[in-house]
Design a protein. Structure first.
Length: 339
């Protein structure tokens, strides 16, 4: 990997100030930091594909100059920093009433050559203020452990044309991809939500007949994951719902299911990070379990702690389903007393 250009500007929203930070490009520590940062971006599984909006948008117009060495590239990097300060200041005004402070950081531009092609990275990185242990003065610097907030990775083909853009942002902040970068998602939030729900459902349905209880618990859990979050990060979903799941049936092929789930993004039917469209979750099919003739247990939506509410028991050759329910108990007690 060869670094062609690097520019770093600290964005101080509170004081409406931009500070250019001079970069010593032959620093071994800096190169280590950048290599680690680039690896974090390339390896990050949570990404979303975007296209640039039509017209002469500001950040898009800066991309070609940023590939060149000279004063022009410095000017365009500074203009982008000014633009980010403007957009972050407006975003901060909107969240002030909620007593929320936006993450502080710096804007880093990287122009690199690797694997025979050009790549441009524009990212917001962690910039900390720490106390020097020698003279106890405050100094500001890059955080080497928690590096990355938001990033766009721009791939160029061998002809020097943009091939595709990845955006990494765990919170899918609109001010970043829409206001600052002026991008538009290739797949909408509605389609991302519906497609991901459908594909995960298909993977689970294969195990419904043979491992019904595990199927039911996993389906309830993954719907709950969607229900309880505003933004989906696919790796979090996989870890929280599937990887950390302990099957009730010891024969349940958890590893096979996990492999199938992990392959879903390869089909490019949905992004691995997006804002969840709650109206699409409401369209999920209800689960109905036949208990006896004309008697069914209906699960209409996500049920909190489903595994702790339903229990199975075999006694004297009979099989029983026990459901913890104060509301159901009171109603059934009254009904059965009248029969």
């Amino acid at each position: 990997m060869e670094i062609k250009n690097i520019f770093l500007h600290h964005i101080d929203v509170a004081n409406s100030l931009i500070t250019e930070i001079k970069v010593i490009e032959d620093s071994a520590n800096l190169n280590t930091y950048i290599e680690s940062l680039v690896k974090d971006i390339l390896d990050n599984p949570n990404r979303r594909f975007y296209n640039w909006k039509d017209g002469d948008t500001e950040v898009k117009n800066s991309l070609d100059p940023l590939k060149e060495i000279g004063n022009e590239s410095e000017k365009y990097a500074l203009n982008n920093a000014k633009r980010l300060l403007e957009k972050e200041s407006k975003a901060q005004e909107q969240v002030n009433k909620m007593n929320v402070e936006m993450q502080k950081g710096s804007l880093l531009h990287l122009s690199i050559e690797s694997d025979g092609t050009h790549k441009t990275i524009i990212c917001k990185v962690e910039h900390d203020e720490v106390m020097n242990e020698v003279n106890f003065e405050y100094i500001r610097g890059l955080n080497t452990r928690k590096k990355l907030f938001k990033a766009i990775l721009i791939y160029y083909n061998s002809n020097g044309q943009i091939e595709h853009n990845y955006v990494h942002d765990k919170n899918s902040s609109k001010y970043w991809w829409d206001d600052f970068l002026e991008l538009e998602p290739i797949i909408t939030d509605d389609d991302n939500t519906e497609n991901s729900l459908n594909e995960i459902d298909k993977c689970l349905t294969r195990y419904r007949k043979k491992y019904y209880v595990d199927y039911l618990i996993l389906r309830n859990s993954f719907l709950g994951h969607f229900r309880n979050r505003d933004t989906l990060n696919f790796s979090d979903l996989v870890n929280d719902v599937f990887k950390n799941y302990t099957p009730l049936n010891k024969q349940f092929p958890k590893d096979r299911l996990l492999a199938s789930i992990n392959k879903l993004p390869e089909k490019n039917l949905f992004d691995t990070t997006f804002n969840i469209a709650k109206n699409k979750i409401n369209k999920r099919k209800k689960t109905s379990i036949r208990l006896a003739s004309n008697l069914f247990l209906n699960i209409d939506d996500f049920v909190e702690n489903l595994k702790n509410l339903i229990d199975l028991e075999q006694k004297n050759g009979n099989k029983y389903v026990r459901i913890k329910s104060e509301d159901g108990y009171d109603k059934l007690e009254d009904l059965l007393n009248k029969l």
